[in-house]
Design a protein around this ligand. Structure first.
Ligand code: NAD
Length: 507
């Protein structure tokens, strides 16, 4: 076991940014258990409604100062946060692995994403470009500029307990907003660690109290954020079930929401695929993070002429997987987040059997000394029909459905034939097939890849999906626009007052 300490964490109190004012008006706590070994690793005070209101008031006040700081100065503060994450990468990555259960490499990778988004935000701080346009009136100038929104609420899921917050917070801050983060109730300790790691930077730069806030709790706290008119934007990452409620609550008050929801991602393997690339990509996509990524490969659509070969090669590859303590570097697959997730896996397996689906790689819940927490399952591969209800749903576990096709159009129809639209991929060396898949008649997902799998995105691109995956985009490219309001400005520098559309109004 790697040492989790020393982490600069006093894992007790939610509140605002610099550690000077923490509030908790109740002794009620949220307990965090590690799925790795079942140990209780932290007790975190829960935010009450009164605590929440204080946090939002403080955030609103902080916004009035923070927005006045020039964007490049805000960018420099974020650069310093990136340096802190560099310094504590191993400790934070280890804690992510221990609290959430992903492999140490993935925990470290998650912190690396945080560092990368800090670098991206720094560059963005000298951009945030608006357009200029030509006015139809003489002596007039028109342009647009972007202003911050105010308080941005970030609701995050357990499976990327820290990176998703940073994708949102770093971009929101550089745009001039303040952030209130409600992390998953399943991973509150890593959130407190992040808050603690950046607090020194906030203090050293005299950043007003309230620019970075944390509130702890479950869906009730998430609902306070979504119903609160003081929260200009709610960026919510999690299940489609949660997204529907958040979308309705935010829309009801005509607020803005940015939704990053579930996926049901497929890889198409054509007869022109290089299987030496495809097989490891499929296995990593299906079993990485124990199948608990929004971009996990859940469906495999294989051309009928190579179907048997792919099946055999997958069975061989799965046989080599090592399941166990994710903090050990030789382990490929760690535990599921909790026993409820194991029950979800088990019930999907039962449903596949009821439907008559055969298993290419057998499922199972693991028990015994190394699997004491009761959260370890075997990654499995099942032959299935895309139309089955269970295949149409996202089961957040390492279950891969494999199915056959004969023509590429049929494969694309299967790939698109689910309610979700997050990530997709094709493996082919045939240019026509690849371009058809990427064309308007191809994948309907927010992410479409060629010769790389569905999971693992670079921060430089805009990340998000279509349909029930929520439609939001965050992280790179021009996703920053979701965190700002656009203002169109017309300036008359002449001596006349010509009206638009040639209207005459003589006084
Ligand atoms: P979840 O929906 O159970 O919870 C996510 C967050 O939403 C938690 O903080 C939770 O407290 C909060 N929440 C739940 N109900 C709410 C409500 N009614 N109002 C406000 N907040 C509420 O999801 P989870 O189990 O933590 O995470 C797994 C899910 O997240 C999967 O569906 C996965 O695909 C999705 N996910 C999507 C992305 C993406 O970028 N598209 C990234 C990571 C995870």
């Amino acid at each position: 076991m790697h040492s989790i300490l020393p982490l600069p964490v006093q894992p007790v109190k939610p509140g605002t940014s610099t550690g000077q004012h923490f509030w908790h008006s109740t002794e009620r706590t949220l307990d965090s258990y590690s799925p790795v070994d079942g140990q209780l690793i932290a007790r975190v005070y829960l935010s009450t409604r009164a605590d929440y209101d204080k946090v939002i008031d403080t955030a609103q006040e902080a916004f009035h100062q923070w927005r006045l700081l020039p964007a490049p100065k805000r960018g420099d503060i974020i650069r310093q946060m990136g340096d802190q994450f560099r310094q504590y990468k191993r400790e934070l990555g280890t804690l992510v692995s221990y609290e959430m259960g992903k492999s140490l490499q993935e925990g470290l990778g998650e912190v690396q994403e945080m560092i990368d988004i800090c670098d991206f935000a720094l560059g963005l701080s000298r951009q945030l470009y608006g357009l200029t346009m030509h006015s139809e009136r003489p002596g007039h100038r028109m342009y647009e500029q972007w202003h911050p929104l105010g308080v941005v609420g970030v609701i995050s899921a357990f499976n990327f307990p820290v990176a998703v917050w940073s994708w949102n917070a770093m971009i929101a801050w550089v745009c001039g907003n303040v952030c209130v983060w409600k992390p998953s109730e399943k991973t509150p300790l890593t959130a407190l660690a992040c808050q603690q790691i950046i607090s020194e930077v906030l203090r050293n730069n005299d950043v007003p109290e309230g620019v970075s806030c944390l509130v702890t709790g479950g869906r009730d706290v998430g609902e306070w954020l979504s119903r609160d008119p003081r929260v200009a934007l709610v960026s919510a990452t999690g299940s489609t079930r949660m997204g529907r409620v958040v979308a309705a609550n935010v829309a009801e008050r005509l607020g803005r929401s940015l939704l990053e929801l579930g996926g049901n991602n497929a890889i198409i393997v054509t007869e022109h695929a290089d299987l030496d690339l495809a097989i490891p990509a499929i296995v990593f996509g299906a079993v990485g993070t124990a199948g608990q990524r929004c971009t996990t490969t859940r469906r495999l659509i294989v051309q009928e002429n190579i179907y048997e070969e792919v099946k055999n090669r997958l069975a061989k590859a799965y046989a080599q997987l090592r399941i166990g303590n994710p903090l050990e570097e030789t382990i490929h697959v760690g535990p599921l987040i909790d026993k409820q997730a194991v029950a979800g896996y088990q019930s999907a397996v039962d449903e596949i059997r009821r439907k008559g689906g055969g298993f290419v790689v057998e499922p199972g819940v693991l028990s015994g000394d190394d699997y004491d927490s009761g959260c370890y399952v075997k990654p499995c591969v099942a032959e299935a029909d895309n139309a089955w209800d269970i295949v149409q749903k996202e089961t957040f576990a390492p279950i891969l459905y494999i199915m056959k096709y004969s023509t590429l159009d049929e494969a694309i129809a299967i790939q698109n034939g689910v309610p979700q639209g997050l990530s997709s991929a094709i493996f082919t060396l045939n240019l026509r097939e690849a371009e058809h898949f990427l064309s308007v008649a191809g994948s309907d997902c927010g992410i479409a890849n060629v010769n790389i799998g569905t999971s693992g995105a670079e921060i430089g691109g805009a990340f998000g999906g279509e349909k029930e995956s929520g439609g939001g985009r965050e992280s790179g490219s021009d996703a920053w626009r979701a965190y700002m309001r656009r203002q169109t400005n017309t300036i008359n520098y002449g001596t006349q007052l010509p009206l638009a559309q040639g209207i005459k109004f003589d006084l």
